[in-house]
Design a protein around this ligand. Structure first.
Ligand code: ZEM
Length: 288
C-alpha cells in the first residue's frame, strides 16, 4: 500500500515488474507500451469519444477485440501493482506503465498526468475497428491517425515505437521483431527500414516483409516489417520523416516524447480538482 497520489511508488513497482526472464525477449516493457497505445488509440476527434479515460479494455466489448489480442498479458503483469496501490485507476496505471517502460528501456522521459477515471458504460465504449490494420497502406494510416488528430510527421514518429517488441503469430497473424534489440528504445527501426532489402516473407501467414539483420547467420531470427511500416518509405510525405529520424536520434526522441504524451491525453479532460470525470465523456453516436 502507498499513500494515494504517491505515483513515484507506483513507478518503482512498474520498473520492478518489467524484468520477465521467461516472457518474450525478457521484458514486459514492449507489451506495456502497446497497452498504453491501444487504450488511447481509439480516440475520435470528430465525436470526441474513445481514448484512455475509462479503461474500457477491462470489458469484453473492447478487451476482446481481436485488435487487442495479447494485451491481457500486459494487464496481468500490472494486476499486482493495482492490488498494492488500489487508489490508482486502471486508466492511469495503463498509461503510466507505458511511459515508465519507454524510459526504462532507454527512451525519452515522457510527460504524464494523472486524473483518468475508471468509470465507463456501454454507451461510452468505443466501437471496434478504430485501431490500425497492419495489412493496409499509407491512406489507411492517414484515415486512422488523422481521426485521432495527428499529422504525417506524428504518424511517422509514433510508428517508431516498433523499435520495441515483436509480432506474435497467435495474436496478430504476423511474426517476429523489427530490430535486433527489441527491448532497447532507439531509432534503429528507421535505419533498418531504409537500409535492408525487404522482401515478402515466404510463409503461409499474413503478408509481411522480411530481411536478415546485418551480419546475421543462418540461425538468427529474421527481422520484419508490417505492410504499414513499409508504407512509410513508399509514401512521399512520410519518407522524409523516416530519413530525418534515421539520421537524428535526438530529434526522434524529442518528437516521440511529444507525440506519445499527446496520444495518452486524447479525450482526457480534467476538472479543477484534476479528475477527468466520466460525466465529461461523450456517448458514442449510434451511427458510429
Ligand atoms: Zn504497433 N503493432 N502498430 N504500435 N506495437 C504490433 C506490436 C507493437 C500496428 C500494428 O498492427 C501492430 C503503433 C502503431 C501500429 C507497439 C506500439 C505501437 C503488432 C504485433 C502489430 C500487428 C502484435 C502482436 O502480434 O503481438 C499498426 C498497424 C500501427 C500503425 C502505425 C504505435 C503508434 C505504437 C506506440 C506508440 C508495440 C510496443 C508493439 C510490440 C508489442 C509486443 O508485445 O512486443
Amino acid at each position: 500500500m502507498s499513500q494515494p497520489g504517491d505515483f513515484d511508488a507506483v513507478r518503482k513497482d512498474i520498473i520492478a515488474v518489467l524484468k520477465q526472464p521467461k516472457y518474450d525477449d525478457g521484458s514486459a516493457g514492449p507489451v506495456l507500451v502497446r497497452l498504453a497505445w491501444h487504450a488511447s488509440g481509439t480516440y475520435c476527434k470528430e465525436t470526441d469519444t474513445g481514448g484512455s479515460n475509462g479503461a474500457g479494455m477491462r470489458y469484453e466489448a473492447e478487451g476482446g477485440d481481436p485488435a487487442n489480442a495479447g494485451l491481457q498479458h500486459a494487464r496481468v503483469f500490472l494486476e499486482p501493482i493495482k492490488e498494492k496501490h488500489s487508489w490508482i485507476t486502471y486508466a492511469d496505471l495503463w498509461t503510466l506503465a507505458g511511459v515508465v517502460a519507454i524510459q526504462a528501456m532507454g527512451g525519452p522521459e515522457i510527460q504524464w498526468k494523472p486524473g483518468r477515471t475508471d468509470f465507463v458504460d456501454d454507451s461510452l465504449l468505443p466501437p471496434r475497428g478504430r485501431l490500425p490494420d497492419a495489412a493496409q497502406a499509407a491512406d489507411h494510416l492517414r484515415h486512422i491517425f488523422y481521426r485521432m488528430g495527428f499529422n504525417d510527421q506524428e504518424i511517422v514518429a509514433l510508428s517508431g515505437a516498433h523499435n520495441l517488441g515483436r509480432c506474435h503469430a497467435d495474436r496478430s497473424g504476423f511474426e517476429g521483431p523489427w530490430v535486433n534489440s527489441p527491448t532497447r528504445f532507439s531509432n534503429q527501426y528507421y535505419k533498418l527500414l531504409l537500409k535492408l532489402q525487404w522482401k515478402p516473407k515466404k510463409w503461409d501467414g499474413n503478408f509481411q516483409y522480411a530481411a536478415k539483420a546485418p551480419g546475421a547467420d543462418d540461425d538468427d531470427e529474421e527481422l520484419m516489417m508490417l505492410p504499414t511500416d513499409y508504407a512509410l518509405i513508399q509514401d512521399d510525405k512520410f519518407r522524409p520523416w523516416v530519413q530525418k529520424y534515421a539520421e537524428d536520434r535526438d530529434l526522434f526522441f524529442s518528437d516521440f516524447a511529444k507525440v506519445f504524451a499527446k496520444l495518452i491525453e486524447l479525450g482526457v479532460y480534467r476538472d479543477e480538482t484534476g479528475i477527468a470525470r466520466a460525466d465529461k465523456m461523450k456517448k458514442v453516436p449510434s451511427e458510429y
